[in-house]
Design a protein. Structure first.
Length: 642
């Protein structure tokens, strides 16, 4: 048994122990040390870099570590095994994906306007913003020697009279507190109820003087990021808003790697714990603290996530999703409760799950489709959700078709040597001077933050600028030389955005030809999916009348640059609309409105799902799209390099 010490740049350290020959990345995972490993330890991404400070590691040489870097102690954690006591430093770049847990400032109108618009759009479409939760006040006759009815029957009788329903259900949690609450409040109480045409469920019983706000929790479980809202279920008011990195990320950047991890001994439990105990529950407590709100007062929850995330969240085997014929355990379910999964809210809270459409088009897309409102418009509209995968919906009020393309993790910074999530130090926007080739960029974080890497929107900008300035050719190869252009021993080029002395990382921030090639494939997957879906309907991209772009990357996208590289069709820019985190706003709508929940189920059941892998023409479209902007430049008449 050897001692393994992980140190961080801020001075903190974590000590662990490992057997001889144990993989360093696996040691980090079991020690809760989060090292970014998008490829889940396949040694293909080069992101799990650590620096050997003391001791010895048995390390395989990889192309991701140069001889000079190796001499300085740099190693890939996934390619290293423990053979002695060892101390390694985990640099910021290796853990930069960890979006700090953020609680939003709700005094900012920008934080709230998307949800206000969602409510207005739904009401305009005739969707009533009402749900089945309610608070009623009841006054009971105090028991006497002549009236010895037990407390539970006394309460149920009063509620039956009040609501004119035959069946009333009191769960154990309410029964446990009932004697004390009744006597402390002279038998006058408030009840938090869910009423249906057939029965009534009592979630809580409170004193008359207690603040009785009915809380609801809406959550978007993304592959990379988890976002949430706590709302007042009676008014729709947002009480708290927060976000955090998905704790599952250390098991791989994409759903396939996570499914594979879930099949290892104890893997399903590890992945469920990562998203619930390490991500969702801490975020609930942080939001509740910020709003001075009790988690026990959250009586309903709505989850919108992709099909794999739904399964891993619920602790259900997701392995059949990745193998033909790609069958999930469920598309929709009504059987989840907070106590089943260990969610730190009212134990009897019902969990609504936005319905999935297919193995790779999940509830995040059905929820997003609801709030995009394309189902309520006669014009042909395209809804695109850009995240770890790309999902598309095309249609109007008469029909809708959906599909998903395997864009890989490039939009979240995976498969890109300097790629990272949109956290502090990420370059999110960039321009390049055509003559000098010098960059100007915008960095996520406080003023003065040094660049560490590129997030998705920054990658789009950089590749577009390199192409439009004639620094790279349509194949993504460097064709100009200068101070910012580097070549390795094989002649492969790279563009340096920030030299080591200018950067906040331990090396130059640069984008390589390999990175560009990876991203061209990712953008090609998006455009070829659009073309394939449109062609199957005998439509052309020129017939698109609106494009609604959603997802975390969407907020920073320069739409013109996305067209320049051939990711989006070359149509007028005014037809593109950014609609924010539509998965979260859809979960909010389903939580607040029973009609919206039903409408989402209706949209899912009536939407045609296209499995691109079964369409012979898709691969031809994909190959054609793997150039800048495309092999057929006539599709992009407005794109002309400067």
């Amino acid at each position: 048994m050897f001692k393994v010490t992980f140190t961080f740049e801020d001075g903190t350290l974590v000590e662990s122990y490992a057997n001889e020959g144990e993989n360093l990345l696996e040691v980090a995972r079991k020690s809760n040390v989060v090292i970014d490993a998008p490829c889940s330890g396949n040694a293909s991404c080069g992101k799990c870099r650590v620096q050997l400070k003391d001791g010895v590691l048995d390390t395989k040489k990889t192309r991701h570590i140069t001889d000079e870097e190796f001499e300085k102690g740099w190693r890939l954690a996934c390619a290293s095994t423990v053979c002695a006591d060892v101390s390694v430093m985990v640099p910021d770049i290796a853990s930069a994906f960890r979006s700090r847990m953020k609680v939003a400032d709700l005094s900012s109108k920008e934080e709230l306007q998307i949800f206000e618009k969602t409510k207005a759009d739904l009401e305009e479409a005739g969707i009533a913003l009402r749900n089945s939760l309610d608070i009623v006040e009841v006054t009971l006759d105090a028991p006497t020697l002549d009236d010895t009815m037990p407390d539970n029957e006394r309460l149920m009788r009063a509620l039956r009279r009040y609501m004119n329903l035959k069946r009333v259900r009191l769960p154990y949690a309410v029964l446990k507190k009932l004697p004390d609450v009744l006597r402390e409040n002279d038998f006058a109480v408030k009840c938090v109820l869910r009423t249906t045409p057939n029965d009534m469920f009592v979630y809580d019983v409170l004193g008359m003087k207690e603040d009785a706000v009915i809380g609801g929790l809406a959550i978007d479980i993304g592959t990379t990021t988890v976002s949430a809202l706590i709302i007042n279920m009676e008014t729709g008011e947002i009480i708290a808003k927060g976000s955090a990195g998905n704790g599952q990320i250390r098991y791989g950047a994409d759903v396939i790697n996570r499914i594979i991890e879930s099949q290892k001994p104890g893997g399903r439990q590890r992945l469920q714990k990562a998203v619930i105990e390490e991500t969702i529950n801490p975020m609930i407590h942080e939001m509740c603290r910020s709003a001075n709100f009790s988690p026990d007062r959250i009586y309903r929850m709505c989850v919108a996530s992709n099909t794999t995330m739904n399964h891993l969240f619920a602790g259900i085997n997701a392995d059949p999703l990745r193998m033909e014929p790609y069958i999930p355990a469920f598309f929709k379910t009504n059987s989840l409760f907070a106590s089943d999964l260990g969610i730190d809210i009212n134990r009897d809270a019902h969990i609504i799950v936005a319905p999935n459409i297919g193995s790779y088009v999940g509830g995040d897309i059905t929820a997003g489709t609801l709030t995009s409102m394309i189902w309520n418009k006669p014009e042909f509209s395209l809804f695109i959700d850009l995240g770890t995968n790309g999902e598309l919906v095309f249609g109007n009020s008469d029909f809708m078709m959906s599909c998903a393309c395997s864009a890989g993790p490039a939009f979240e910074g995976g498969d890109i040597s300097c790629g990272m999530r949109a956290t502090d130090g990420a370059i999110e926007a960039c321009t390049i001077d055509k003559e000098t080739m010098e960059p100007s960029f915008k960095i996520v974080g406080e003023p003065g933050t040094k660049p560490i890497g590129l997030c998705g929107s920054g990658i789009i900008d950089v590749i577009s600028e390199l192409f439009m300035c004639g620094i790279i050719n349509p194949k993504g190869k460097f064709v100009r030389e200068g101070r910012r252009i580097k070549r390795d021993q094989y002649g492969m080029g790279s563009y340096v955005l920030a030299f080591e002395e200018e950067a906040g990382s331990v090396k130059d921030v640069e984008i390589t030809e390999v990175d560009i090639d990876n991203f061209i494939r990712a953008k090609g997957a998006i455009f070829s999916a659009i073309r394939t879906m449109m062609s199957s309907l005998d439509f052309d991209v020129s017939m698109i009348e609106n494009v609604y772009v959603a997802g975390g990357i969407g907020s920073g996208i320069n739409m013109q640059n996305a067209v320049n590289i051939g990711m989006f069709p070359d149509i007028p820019l005014e037809l593109f609309h950014y609609i924010g985190n539509s998965s979260l706003s859809g979960a909010y709508a389903m939580l607040l409105s029973t009609d919206a929940e039903r409408k989402t189920y209706d949209l899912a059941s009536n939407m045609t799902y296209m499995e691109l892998s079964t369409v012979p023409s898709y691969m031809d479209e994909f190959v054609g799209a793997c150039f800048l902007p495309h092999t057929d430049t006539s599709m992009f008449p407005s794109v002309s390099p400067r």
